[in-house]
Design a binder for this molecule. Structure first.
Ligand SMILES: Cc1cc2nc3c(=O)[nH]c(=O)nc-3n(C[C@H](O)[C@H](O)[C@H](O)COP(=O)(O)O)c2cc1C
Length: 323
């Protein structure tokens, strides 16, 4: 009689121990609350901060001299990087300097306020560096690349923050979700779910909670929420499986939407418990759903630009262990 309770208690104990283990590892190795970062953390932070300028440049109508706070933070990070004599060829520092160059290029011809002008030397004379800042694209070019082979589809997918007016059809969404349904999942449990929202008021509330689409969210036609149904998972050992399966599904969905010629922007769901509960209640999501991310979808304009988002070198990505 007592055995089922013992089994549940043991399962709870393991979940708590595993979460505790994850939390400790995360706290020790991530940037959480640190002011002195190790080189890898510093490179990660540089990429992130430079992206906020790059993202600003990719907006439909960037405000003149936007991003003063981000520039200040970037300056602090670049100084830390220089003081430690770290590799000037690393993509993180090249991107940081290049993005500052692109920022000044964008403001060429305007009278630059003093508080902004002082960041110019950080670019080290860089202005337009190919692959840093923004990239100009066309709807026709994207359509051709997205219809091509896998390499062409993957290399041409871009986070789009400029959308043309025009509805995204539910046929397109259904076809893309169906294609994303081919994504492998643990034991083929297929825990991923997609909620599709077109109602303007609801989208606005969702995006206000999400927080990462300022300056372009109002142009998103269809807002998707990718979730993973936790009822598919067994015990503490599978505690992260929903994020793995749901994340993989979301990637497939981005590619499938791109393949249909639509513009997409993945939108993070880095939410604390309060925000998470707010979205659950706003959408009346089942309590079993783990929210993975949102995806903004819309039609592509004839001509537009996107953040260049240069990638790390292959040597950062691939570590071939000795035989
Ligand atoms: C999980 C995830 C969350 C993201 N969240 C946001 C977001 O909140 N707002 C945004 O503008 N872009 C967001 N992005 C887009 C990234 O900035 C973008 O993928 C990255 O800079 C690489 O550019 P690319 O997608 O054009 O290749 C997110 C991307 C991912 C994968």
């Amino acid at each position: 009689m007592i055995r089922p309770y013992l089994r549940r208690a043991k399962a709870l104990k393991n979940i708590l121990l595993d979460h505790n283990y994850d939390s400790r590892r995360y706290f020790i190795h991530s940037q959480s609350g640190r002011s002195l970062l190790n080189p890898q953390q510093l490179q990660g932070r540089l990429l992130q901060k430079a992206h906020s300028i790059e993202k600003g440049l990719s907006m439909p109508e960037p405000r003149d001299f936007f991003g003063l706070k981000a520039l200040r933070e970037l300056e602090g990070l670049i100084r830390q990087y220089e003081q430690r004599g770290l590799d000037e060829n690393h993509i993180s520092i090249r991107k940081a300097r290049g993005v500052i160059g692109a920022y000044f290029e964008r403001h060429e011809g305007l009278e630059i306020p003093e508080e902004i002008a002082r960041f110019r030397p950080l670019a080290k004379g860089l202005t337009t560096v190919p692959g840093i800042g923004t990239v100009e694209l066309t709807r026709a070019g994207q359509a051709a690349a997205a219809a091509g082979d896998l390499e062409s589809v993957m290399r041409s997918r871009r986070s789009t923050r400029i959308f043309a007016p025009g509805d995204v059809s539910s046929e397109d969404i259904q076809a893309a979700v169906s294609l994303a349904g081919t994504t492998p999942s643990v034991c083929n449990r297929q825990s991923a779910r997609v909620y599709s929202v077109r109602d303007p008021e609801l989208k606005e509330k969702m995006l206000a909670l999400q927080g990462g689409s300022r300056g372009f969210g109002h142009h998103i036609d269809t807002l998707l929420v990718v979730t993973s149904d936790m009822s598919n998972f067994r015990d503490g050992r599978e505690r992260n499986q929903g994020f793995v399966d749901g994340g993989m599904f979301a990637m497939s969905l981005l590619l499938a939407l791109h393949h249909r010629g639509l513009g997409t922007c993945p939108l993070n769901w880095s939410a604390d418990r309060t925000k998470n509960e707010k979205l659950i209640s706003l959408l009346s999501l089942p309590k079993t759903d783990l929210i993975i991310m949102m995806i903004g979808v819309g039609q592509l304009p004839e001509e537009f630009h996107v953040a260049a988002s240069p990638r790390r070198e292959i040597s950062d990505l691939l570590i071939e262990l000795p035989a």
